[in-house]
Design a protein around this ligand. Structure first.
Ligand code: NAD
Length: 373
C-alpha cells in the first residue's frame, strides 16, 4: 500500500496552507489580448500524459507552457517533447515561485484527489487561475476552501468536467431544457469500469482518493443524472455492494443511488470498479434519449426514441474544455463548469455515503439555492 505523504496529510487536514498571497493580476484580458493563455499541468500522470498534454497541442486559446512534477526524470522528458523552457518547470516544493512567472496564467491540478485542495489553494495564492480535476476534493469543506481561496485572490476556478464542452452532452442538455420530448420522468446513469490489476493504486487508497468508485466514476453518473433531468436532486437513497473485498480493502466497489427531483422525476445511478458500463438514459412523457457511451473520451454515441442518431465531428473533449475556460478568462464568456458545481457534487457524494452508513436512509438535499445545474 502506498504511504500517504506528509504534504498530503497536512493538506487533507488543513495545514500547510499559510503561504504567501500575491496580488491577482489586474486587467488580465488586456495583458493577454490576442495571446494564448499559458497552462501549467500539476501532476504528470496518465491523464496529463495521454489526454491533457496532447489536447493542449490542439487548443486555440491556451497552450502547454509549464509543468509541475514530483518526479525529476519527467522534467527532461516533458521539456524535450513539448519544448518547455527550464524556467517554467517546477516541483511540489518550489511550486509557489510560479507566482512571479508571467508565462503561466492557469494552473491545472491533475493529482490524486486528496492533493487537489492544497495545490489549487497554492495556485490561487500565486495569483493563477485554476482548473481542478474531478472530483473537486475529498470533502465539501475542501471545496469551500478552494472556492474561497480563488475568490480572495480574484482568480477564476473551474473543475475538469470535460463533458460540458462536448456536443453530444450539450445536445442532451438542449433536449431536456427545451422539453423536446416533454417533461422528464426518469433518468438512469451508469459510470463504471473494471479495476483488476493494481490493488496498491492511489484510487483504492482512501487517504488519497477520498473514496472508491463513487469518487472516481460516480461523479460522472451524478453529473449525467443532473444534466439528464436539468434539475438538482432533492433527496438521495443509496446502497453499497461488495464482491471482492480482498481487492477493494479500503474503498467502495459498487454503489447504487436513487434520486428524487423537484418535478417528481426519479433517477437511478450505478457506479462501480467491478464492471464496465458507461450510459445515460432519460425517459420523458413523449420519448427518450440515450447516450452510450456517455462519459468516455469520445466520440460518444447517442440516439432518440424517434429514430435520430446523434452525430458530431470528433474533437478532443479536453481541448474543448480548456478552450472554454480560457475563453471565459479572455472574453468573459460564461464559466460553464464553476467551482460551485464541483462542490454541489461533493455535497451529493457526502449524502450518498451518509445514506449507506445509515442503512439506506433517505437523505434530503437542499441544493436549489446554489443556482448550479
Ligand atoms: P495517475 O495515477 O495516472 O497520476 C497521478 C499523478 O500524481 C502521478 O504523476 C503521480 O506521480 C502524482 N502523485 C503525486 N503524489 C502522489 C501520491 N502520493 N500518490 C500517487 N501519485 C502521486 O492518475 P490520473 O489518472 O492522472 O488522475 C489524476 C487526477 O485526474 C485525479 O483526480 C483523477 O480523478 C483525475 N482524472 C480525471 C479524468 C477526467 O476524465 N476528467 C480522467 C482521469 C483522471
Amino acid at each position: 500500500m502506498k504511504k500517504i505523504s506528509r504534504r498530503v496529510f497536512n493538506s487533507t487536514f488543513g495545514l500547510g496552507l499559510g503561504l504567501m498571497v500575491t496580488k491577482p493580476k489586474a486587467c488580465f484580458s488586456e495583458v493577454k489580448k490576442g495571446k494564448k493563455l499559458g497552462i501549467a499541468l500539476v501532476g504528470l500522470g496518465t491523464y496529463s500524459e495521454y489526454e491533457l498534454a496532447p489536447s493542449l497541442q490542439e487548443t486555440d486559446y491556451c497552450y502547454l507552457a509549464g509543468i509541475v512534477t514530483g518526479t525529476p526524470k519527467k522534467e527532461k522528458i516533458w521539456a524535450d517533447k513539448y519544448k518547455i523552457p527550464k524556467e517554467n518547470i517546477y516541483n511540489y516544493d518550489n511550486f509557489d515561485a510560479i507566482a512571479t512567472n508571467d508565462a503561466i496564467d492557469i494552473v491545472y491540478v491533475v493529482l490524486p484527489n486528496a492533493m487537489h485542495a492544497e495545490f489549487c489553494i497554492r495556485a490561487a495564492k500565486a495569483g493563477k487561475h485554476v482548473i481542478c480535476e474531478k472530483p473537486m476534493a475529498v470533502s465539501v469543506q475542501e471545496c469551500d476552501d478552494i472556492i474561497d481561496a480563488c475568490k480572495t485572490a480574484g482568480v477564476k476556478l473551474s473543475v475538469g468536467y470535460r463533458l460540458h464542452s462536448e456536443p453530444y452532452t450539450q445536445e442532451i442538455m438542449r433536449l431536456v431544457r427545451e422539453k423536446t420530448y416533454g417533461a422528464v420522468r426518469y433518468v438512469s446513469a451508469d459510470a463504471a469500469y473494471f479495476s483488476r490489476t493494481d490493488p496498491d493504486q492511489w484510487r483504492l487508497n482512501k487517504a488519497l482518493s477520498g473514496g472508491g468508485a463513487l469518487m472516481n466514476m460516480g461523479v460522472y453518473a451524478i453529473q449525467s443524472a443532473i444534466y439528464g433531468t436539468g434539475q438538482n436532486p432533492i433527496s438521495v437513497t443509496a446502497q453499497e455492494f461488495s464482491t471482492r473485498p480482498e481487492y477493494f480493502k479500503d474503498t467502495d466497489e459498487t454503489i447504487t443511488a436513487q434520486f428524487e427531483f423537484p418535478n417528481g422525476a426519479i433517477g437511478n445511478i450505478f457506479t462501480s470498479h467491478n464492471t464496465n458500463i458507461n450510459r445515460l438514459f432519460t425517459s420523458f412523457d413523449k420519448g427518450w434519449v440515450e447516450l452510450n457511451p456517455a462519459n468516455n473520451y469520445g466520440p460518444l454515441s447517442g440516439r432518440t426514441s424517434d429514430g435520430k442518431e446523434l452525430k458530431y465531428p470528433h474533437e478532443r473533449q479536453q481541448k474543448l474544455q480548456m478552450d472554454d475556460f480560457s475563453k471565459h478568462i479572455l472574453k468573459g464568456t460564461p464559466n460553464i463548469v464553476p467551482g460551485e458545481m464541483g462542490k454541489r457534487d461533493m455535497i451529493i457524494v457526502a449524502a450518498i455515503y451518509q445514506s449507506i452508513k445509515e442503512g439506506g436512509k433517505k437523505i434530503v438535499l437542499d441544493l436549489g439555492s446554489m443556482g448550479i445545474l
